[in-house]
Design a protein around this ligand. Structure first.
Ligand SMILES: [Zn+2]
Length: 137
């Protein structure tokens, strides 16, 4: 029976990894603050927490249209004042408007294409519009 007992935890680990390895994510909510040449930060209770993430996520967090927004990111603390945001494919960035939690997305109204990172539409090259939506159930 020894093999079964050792194999089970391993199986769990593999399953979590397949789900995106983001199972230990926690939300961090605060005011998004950005300064040129520096990592974006979330200011919560007077404390600045530096945000790290993959390139598409950092593009969102450096989007000046979101400056000062009531933002929530999913991820984990690396240290007391550093927070690693989950990978962009897990759609980890939210904003609050009128008390509603909305997913930060971008929309090309020419091609009707939704993306999760700002910049040019891959189809028509138009700059996509910031378009927070209610998350899918
Ligand atoms: Zn387009």
């Amino acid at each position: 029976m020894k093999t079964v007992r050792t194999a089970l935890p391993l199986l769990c680990l593999v399953t979590f990894a397949c789900l995106g390895a983001e199972s230990g994510s926690v939300p961090l909510r605060g005011k998004l603050s950005m300064q040129a040449g520096q990592s974006p930060t979330i200011v919560r209770n007077g404390e600045s927490i530096k945000l790290e993430g993959d390139e598409p996520t950092l593009k969102v967090l450096n989007d000046e249209r979101l400056g000062g927004a009531d933002l929530e990111v999913m991820g984990r603390f690396i240290s007391k004042d550093r927070f690693a945001v989950d990978h962009t494919h897990t759609k980890p960035v939210f904003t609050y408007r009128d008390g509603k939690r909305l997913q930060v997305t971008y929309w090309c109204d020419v091609c009707y294409i939704r993306t999760y990172s700002p910049g040019k539409c891959w189809c028509c090259q138009k700059n996509v519009d910031l378009d927070p939506i209610e998350p899918e159930a």
